[in-house]
Design a protein around this ligand. Sequence first.
Ligand code: G1P
Ligand code: ZN
Length: 544
Amino acid sequence: MTIQTIATTPFSDQKPGTSGLRKAVSVFQQPHYLENFVQSIFDAIGNCTGATLVLGGDGRFYNRQAIQIILKMAAANGFSLVKVGQRGILSTPATSCVIRKYHTLGGIILSASHNPGGPNGDFGIKYNIGNGGPAPEKITEAIYARSKVIDTYKILDSQDVNIDTLGETKLGSMTVEVIDSVSDYQALMESLFDFDALQQLLTNGKFRICIDALHAVTGPYAHAIFEKRLGAPVGTVMNGVPLEDFGGGHPDPNLVYAHDLVERLFGEYAPDFGAASDGDGDRNMILGRKFFVTPSDSLAILAANATLVPGYAGGLAGIARSMPTSQAPDRVAAKLGIDCYETPTGWKFFGNLLDAGKATLCGEESFGTGSNHIREKDGLWAVLFWLNILAVRQQSVEEIVRAHWQEYGRNYYSRHDYEAIDSQRADTLMKNLQGILPSLPGKKYGSYEVEYSDNFSYTDPVDGSVSTNQGVRIGFTDGSRIVFRLSGTGTQGATLRVYLESYEPDVSKQDIETQQALGDLIQIADEIAQIKVNTGMDKPTVIT
Ligand code: G1P
Ligand code: ZN
């Protein structure tokens, strides 16, 4: 087995986005494309010799081929050990868990998260650092800089490695250890939650749950934890076998894409609790019987009830939410007398706050919730957290949410996405919006008066780094908000995201259908940003 140095030329489009490098599978299949990016990661991080790496992915098309390439490149770049998930499967939260548990240099996750997979779908790769979290911008920029000038990469000339059987093999002088994809993660969950109480809840014959893995990575984890360990009936997990194309579906846990689950939870003889996760297992959607919990409310409710759960019984240091996430968690933080941090979109901005012990729970409106147990959002963790609360409170999901609204008020919330719009048109919309920002404060739209308008900029309280241009915020005097930003994870054209939020403290007005409750704000958003004119679309492609 010899180390080959292969000549290559740079690709100009290897700039990591909100969460790593995501492209169509066909882009990744170009000769040298994946190799260039992997070598750029290794060059940017620098200290690979003798180091340990974690490697796995969500099982999507091209996962297995990519793993073989990366193993051979890791061996050629001097790593001494790679821990790879069996059959190439490791969810994003499980990868973060394994990196932290074994103190590895970092890890590579192969996933395009909630984007569809298969030969015509998307693929993705991201690097996580030693704290288990996504590489911060400093590192992703170094990777990108390197990718622009790269002229060679190193790869071991060898046979493929068996990644289906647990145990160790040698690849040159490097050890490849195939690890069980679930066990480390499951042990961590058992250390945080009251598994006895959960087992009682799930086997009492009265309380029924349904978990939709959407044919993505969560299947093996959900089978092991809910059915095998906690005793829920076989069949509790639906779509539990990971498929390379996710069964042709869109592995995104929201009301639109998790339609099988939604039908069950809103149908006759509905279970008491339902949840879905995404392609790589870091997102979650929580449903009660005929009841949807918004991710922003979910974060607020987990925070308000955290001391009921063993792993958080000592209370929270603080809460962090991404800027477009509703302000429901802020109200809980205020009552608890703890800080609530507002960060730009993307999990990487939570890392420093978690490392510094400033925040314990964090979340995003995009169905992401997590805590300081790892450095990624964590779908099944959120499900277990909810079930633990339900086991203690012995109330339904709806009762818990309504009681929360009664105490804190309700933040009506929705996100409208305009997908695959022409990039130039999207840029024009954002530029125009930026141009009128200074003129908005004081302006009235019906009963709404603009209190502030800005382009969100964030100064990290730990390392002082500044991230500008993180989305346009328009706040109204009654606490309502409209936020506009362009997606950093889409792979076709541009995606405009419009986030709408209004606050309702009056219990008698907390039962309005969400789009109706936000109707005025939806119109104001169009009036201010001229969405229809600028996108050429008369309605959003996805509403969550
Ligand atoms: C989206 C979500 C964001 C999340 C990211 C990765 O990014 O909005 O909250 O962190 O996916 O899962 P966006 O496409 O908006 O840049
Ligand atoms: Zn994901």
